[in-house]
Design a protein around this ligand. Structure first.
Ligand code: TMP
Length: 209
């Protein structure tokens, strides 16, 4: 029941990499569940739409965080726990590290408060492995803005915010090197995938060969 999360700044390519990993794992005969945060259940996807709506400029950092935790609560109960319990290989696009990077690093919320509630909401659930796709925010944002044609609420935040997010992700990787693998995300999609796959194969042995 491996639980693997894909993290990184806007436009780092993690969602593409997740889809490639899922395809390769399925070809190797694995029962794979792909999901994302915020989202992954009907209720959590509605919360996601509120969070990403660029018109919601008045959304307070505290309200933003609590909505993310509300969505996570649904997701843990409805998707993550059942999938892991049946032994699936779960690939999740963003999870708790994004909360530490965006809400604590980016927005400046109290790390102790955030960690305490988040731990409760996760019910102790933590990834076995996290792939952190590292890219300069300026590069990621221009990719993301091209892709989305019109920025979402997070993409609209200034570069300094995204630099703090990146720094917070890298600090998590330094703190938990056994769990978090930093994958340089610049260059061609295929080259990045080879790096990511190498980490997955090394961690999970012959399974995802
Ligand atoms: P995505 O576009 O990469 O799927 O992510 C949606 C946005 O949600 C992204 O801009 C980051 C934000 N986010 C947080 O701020 N905190 C969190 O805990 C999560 C999971 C996402």
């Amino acid at each position: 029941m491996p639980f693997v999360t894909f993290e990184g700044v806007e436009g780092c390519g993690k969602s593409t990499q997740l889809a490639l990993a899922a395809e390769r794992l399925r070809r190797a005969g694995r029962d794979v569940v792909t999901t994302r945060e915020p989202g992954g259940t009907p209720i959590a996807e509605k919360i996601r739409a509120v969070l990403l709506d660029a018109a919601h400029t008045a959304l307070e950092p505290m309200a933003e965080w609590l909505l993310i935790e509300a969505a996570r609560s649904q997701h843990v109960r409805e998707v993550l726990r059942p999938a892991l319990a049946r032994g699936a290989f779960v690939l999740c696009d963003r999870f708790a590290d994004s909360t530490e990077a965006y809400q604590v690093g980016g927005r400046g919320l109290d790390p102790t408060l955030v960690a305490a509630l988040d731990e409760r909401v996760r019910e102790g659930l933590a990834p076995d492995l996290t792939l952190l796709f590292d890219l300069a925010p300026a590069e990621g944002l221009s990719r993301a803005r091209r892709r989305d044609s019109g920025a979402g609420r997070f993409e609209a935040a200034d570069l300094a915010f995204h630099e703090r997010v990146r720094a917070a992700f890298l600090a998590i990787a330094r703190r938990e090197p056994d769990r978090v693998a930093v994958v340089p995300a610049g260059g061609a999609v295929d080259a990045v995938f080879e790096r990511a796959w190498h980490v997955l194969a090394r961690r999970f042995g012959s399974g995802p060969s």
